[in-house]
Ligand binder design. Structure first.
Ligand code: DAT
Length: 191
């Protein structure tokens, strides 16, 4: 299905057609370990789009402004992250993955997907990354109490925020299909 995006883009030869076909910028969010990077990379590879993992972006550019001892992780310099993202996504077609979303200005994204996973799976997946127990527990609390969905629902227009299951490889395939459909719809709506 996503291959269809690529075909349609390559047919859009004139600058006018290219503008009309402009891809939306997409945010993939959800609890760490839920599958954002896996989905983002696959989506980008199939559709020839740009995938940006905010954690990697910050690491590469040293976009930090301190260290959080309690959670044992660096603190993002949010303004510099946004500047960097906006540079990369000005043409559309950016797929950004990050576990939070409240600091992104609403203008950054045209579609937001919140990936949801079963608690047991979420506990197992990031555990292997050596997360501290407190971080694991806090992540799960966010999932259990729906914070992970409420934050994007409050930060963006409801109609652009969608939840997708992310437990199994079949879910991954279906999510790719679903996102492709939303993207196509969005492109049509904008024409
Ligand atoms: P995130 O980017 O949300 O932190 P990830 O993409 O790095 O998560 O995935 C964490 C682990 O889970 C990784 O080993 C791949 C696996 N995984 C991701 N999506 C999956 C899915 N739909 N089904 C089964 N395993 C999945």
């Amino acid at each position: 299905m996503c291959a269809g995006w690529t075909r349609r883009v390559s047919r859009a030869s004139s600058p006018r057609a290219q503008r009309a076909m402009k891809f939306p910028n997409v945010l993939l969010t959800g609890t760490p370990g839920v599958g954002k990077t896996t989905l983002g990379k696959e989506l980008a590879a199939r559709a020839g789009l740009i995938h940006v993992n905010v954690g990697d972006l910050a690491k590469e550019g040293n976009l930090y402004e301190g260290y959080d001892e309690e959670y044992d992780c660096p603190i993002l310099d949010e303004d510099r992250v946004i500047d960097e993202l906006e540079d990369r996504m000005s043409e559309g077609g950016g797929i950004v993955d990050y576990h939070g979303c409240d600091f992104f200005p609403e203008r950054c994204f045209n579609l937001v997907f919140v990936l949801r996973g079963d608690n047991a799976l979420l506990y197992e997946r990031p555990e292997s990354r050596g997360y501290k127990e407190k971080k694991l527990q806090d992540n799960l609390q966010c999932e259990i109490f729906q914070t992970i969905y409420e934050e994007p629902a409050e930060s963006y227009q409801r109609e652009i925020v969608h939840q997708l299951p992310s437990n199994t490889p079949d879910d991954l395939e279906q999510d790719l299909e679903q996102i492709s459909q939303w993207v196509q719809q969005r492109i049509k709506d904008n024409n």
